[in-house]
Design a protein around this ligand. Structure first.
Ligand code: B12
Ligand code: SF4
Ligand code: SF4
Length: 234
């Protein structure tokens, strides 16, 4: 194994041991604005980290942060676990939360795994569909490998586009996602199914059904999403 493959394999093994999933490599350019991971040593690679389908949820579900009743448990857990990996491996770390400004994780996901954009604004993977997300990225001064070629996105050939018609609040229009419409609907009496079973639009996509999040995962994320909506449009 050449040294860069060896370094990547070591980092990926540590991510898997922490219960998370390595989500490909990005080679940051000047436009990405990624800070040097070590003084005087520029960033040459990002390793994205997240969950694909249900993989990753059980590590968080068993964590003290999930049960301690404090604010932002998932973000605190991500900082502890991924920040811990960075410290152990001598790497830098970035998170998708904590903005604005926010690091462009969806754009990085397109480069790292060839993911494409769905009409919902979520990125879609040919295997797990819309059921994935990111929890952080490790920043390395080493070249850890190439970015991925684009996938053949399932949306390009999707005849039904069932995601777009499934939202009872009509929140997906020509101008993009209308977060205010979603919020008003979600908090009303009729929003019960979205609150308990998750976003109807995300759920309507036929791709990657076997990877749909676990029911408690969906409820937890929906509660967090409602709190965020309240923050951005009180
Ligand atoms: C802010 C935010 C929101 C806001 C958006 C409104 C606002 N006021 O800006 C609100 C609260 C409404 C929201 C809602 C949701 N969000 Co949100 N959100 C974010 C956050 C924190 C920042 C987005 C951003 O502005 N990034 C900055 C720009 C520069 O980044 P970007 O990569 O270039 O992406 C943006 C655009 O440039 C464009 N884009 C450009 N190039 C490309 C290429 C591809 C392939 C794609 C798909 C998009 C894309 O899409 C992005 C717009 O969000 C991201 C995390 C992150 N750091 O990206 C999560 C994130 C986008 N959200 C996510 C999710 C899952 C959701 C929800 C389903 C709720 C939930 N948490 O379960 C809903 C979905 C609603 C919808 N249909 O979009 C996931 C998406 C995972 C995926 N499969 O793509 C992310 C990545 C969080 C994560 N940790 O994984 N969100
Ligand atoms: S329903 Fe079709 S258009 Fe919508 S996200 Fe799924 S594959 Fe893409
Ligand atoms: S949560 Fe419900 S109201 Fe909001 S976008 Fe999804 S389907 Fe529409």
């Amino acid at each position: 194994m050449n040294p860069s493959n060896e370094a990547r394999a070591r980092i990926e093994a540590a991510i898997v041991a922490a219960g998370l999933t390595p989500r490909g490599v990005v080679r940051p350019g000047a436009d990405d604005g990624v800070p040097d991971p070590l003084p005087g040593r520029p960033a040459r690679s990002l390793i994205l980290i997240g969950w694909r389908g249900r993989v990753g949820w059980s590590a968080f579900a068993a964590s003290p942060e999930r049960r301690d009743g404090g604010a932002d448990p998932l973000d605190r857990w991500s900082r502890r676990v991924i920040g811990g990996l960075a410290a152990d491996l001598g790497l830098g770390v970035l998170f998708p939360f904590g903005g604005p400004p926010w690091w462009p994780f969806q754009r990085w996901g397109a480069r790292a795994e060839g993911l494409t954009a769905s009409p919902l604004g979520l990125s879609i993977d040919a295997e797990v569909g819309l059921w994935h997300g990111w929890r952080g990225a490790l920043v390395s001064p080493e070249d850890l490998g190439a970015e991925a070629p684009p996938q053949t996105g399932p949306c390009a050939t999707c005849a039904t586009r069932s995601c777009l018609v499934a939202c009872p609040a009509d929140a997906f229009g020509p101008a993009g996602f209308a977060a205010g419409r979603c919020r008003t609907f979600l908090e009303g009496h009729a929003g019960g199914l979205c609150r308990t079973d998750g976003c109807r639009a995300r759920d309507a996509c036929p791709v990657g059904r076997a990877h749909r999040y676990a029911p408690d995962q969906i409820r937890f994320l929906m509660a967090g999403y409602r709190a965020t909506l309240e923050e951005i449009s009180p």
